[in-house]
Design a protein around this ligand. Sequence first.
Ligand code: MF3
Ligand code: CO
Length: 254
Amino acid sequence: MIALKSDRELEVMRKACQITAAARQLAGEMIRPGISTGAIDKAVHDFILSQGAKPSFLHYSGYPASVCISVNDQVIHGIPDKHTKLKEGDIVSIDVGAYYQGFHGDCAATFPCGRISPQAQKLIDVTRQSFFEGIRYARQGARVSDISHAVQTYAEQFGYGVVRSYVGHGVGEKLHEEPEVPNYGAPGRGPRLIRGMTLAIEPMINQGTHEVRVLRDGWTVVTKDGGLSAHYENTVLITDGEPEILTVTGDGVL
Ligand code: MF3
Ligand code: CO
């Protein structure tokens, strides 16, 4: 069953998502050569608590941190730690969730560390744009896989691999709700979208093969071929008109 959120629930969820987006922005602003991923995690953890919220990921299925920080060939679920230092030229995916008064927000973005290669910047830009291609179909009456198909078609034009083993999802009272929102597939499949659904749409795009593997830590997902990977995610509300991106800061930063 797909939970439809009432207007009253959405007021709270907007706030949860605004805190989440501010946490993503804070993490992005901290990225610079020499900083440890653990320091970013700690600052974001403290920020989320200061907003009266809780980090959604901390202890979720045993995940040990508040933010996922995935560098270069790491796709998702990189574990921050104080010994991992960012360096010039890295691309850094930040994924964060905040739980506020009963609702979760979930969002991600990939940021450059200092100067990066044009190839890396292109991957970041295409990944972000693939999300915007997808939400063109996040409308009442469309089907879930219309979003999926749009993301895949756009990203694959550039020769990139669209990750299949991990997908977007409904989000709300639980971090992961129905339906699954894949970033690939034929259009016209899956549930029909209805006003009040809240979806985390999150393309994960690889420079090379779409194939991934999980490191021995049991969490970190990396590309099989060692190529770079980027991620972009927002929590999106289906309305009877334009979709509303909920994970936006008070200043309008996505
Ligand atoms: N943003 C991730 C997702 O959408 C959540 C990270 S998983 C966790 O699934 F275990 F680290 F929380
Ligand atoms: Co998510």
